[in-house]
Design a protein around this ligand. Structure first.
Ligand SMILES: *Cc1c(COP(=O)(O)O)cnc(C)c1O
Length: 229
């Protein structure tokens, strides 16, 4: 398993680099290895192979893996799942990044609960770009006012935007996200991150300016159904 993860990481990084060269893409993009439902040993194997940034969707998994692996220097935890207000305290303590901010109330709680001896939590606002009723995220029309409010919170640092487009609607959604990101940067020059693209659509996301692609299956293989959270 260890070898498979190391090999999958290597081929993902190679594929990304080849694609960036071929498309002459200029932005720096990072790979977030999405380890949800996978055991801490898989995360440790990826870490040994050089990976530092990991994405988790479920608070309980974030807490247990971050605790188990706290000795790994410079490991970076990205929380990318839906956030219930009774779970913000653990996220504020264990995460380095949160990609899935969609409401001011959650942002306020995260800021208030972020320990003062830690660096501010780096946050992205999740945008409901495909306009689906069931999907999470703020409506594009409400994005700029949420951004202003979040940017004012003392223990958060607004870093950019995130989206999970409806499957099949990638290109259109990614293009809209790129426009929203440019608007955001005009008012918040440090909010340059654009988290979009997963195992099936990362190439398209990179073409529209993604700076963080979130790969789960491509790195760790297929997932089972989580039994919690
Ligand atoms: C699970 C998940 C991913 C990774 O998806 P893959 O298709 O396995 O690469 C990325 N982003 C979010 C928000 C996820 O929930």
């Amino acid at each position: 398993m260890t070898n498979n993860i190391a090999e999958a990481l290597k081929s993902a990084y190679n594929a990304i680099q080849e694609f960036q060269t071929k498309q002459q893409l200029k932005q720096q993009s990072r790979l977030i290895a999405v380890s949800k439902t996978k055991p801490a040993e898989s995360v440790a194997a990826a870490y040994q192979a050089g990976q530092r940034a990991f994405g988790e969707n479920y608070v309980q998994e974030l807490v247990s893996k971050a605790t188990e692996l706290q000795g790994l220097e410079a490991i970076e935890w990205h929380f990318i799942g839906p956030i219930q207000s009774n779970k913000t305290k653990d996220i504020a303590f264990y995460a380095d990044w949160v990609h899935s901010i969609e409401r001011l109330k959650i942002a306020e709680r995260l800021s208030a609960q972020r320990p003062s001896d830690k660096a501010p939590l780096q946050v992205l606002l999740q945008v409901n770009i495909s306009g689906e009723e069931s999907k999470s995220g703020i409506n594009p029309a409400d994005l700029m006012s949420l951004a202003t409010q979040v940017a004012a919170l003392p223990q958060l640092k607004l870093k950019g935007l995130m989206a999970i487009p409806q499957p099949g609607k990638g290109a259109e959604a990614f293009e809209q996200m790129q426009k929203l990101s440019l608007q955001l940067i005009q008012k918040h020059p440090e909010a340059t991150e654009l988290s979009m693209g997963m195992s099936d659509d990362w190439q398209q996301a990179l073409c529209f300016g993604s700076t963080m692609i979130r790969l789960g299956t491509a790195i760790f293989g297929a997932r089972g159904i989580p039994s919690h959270d």
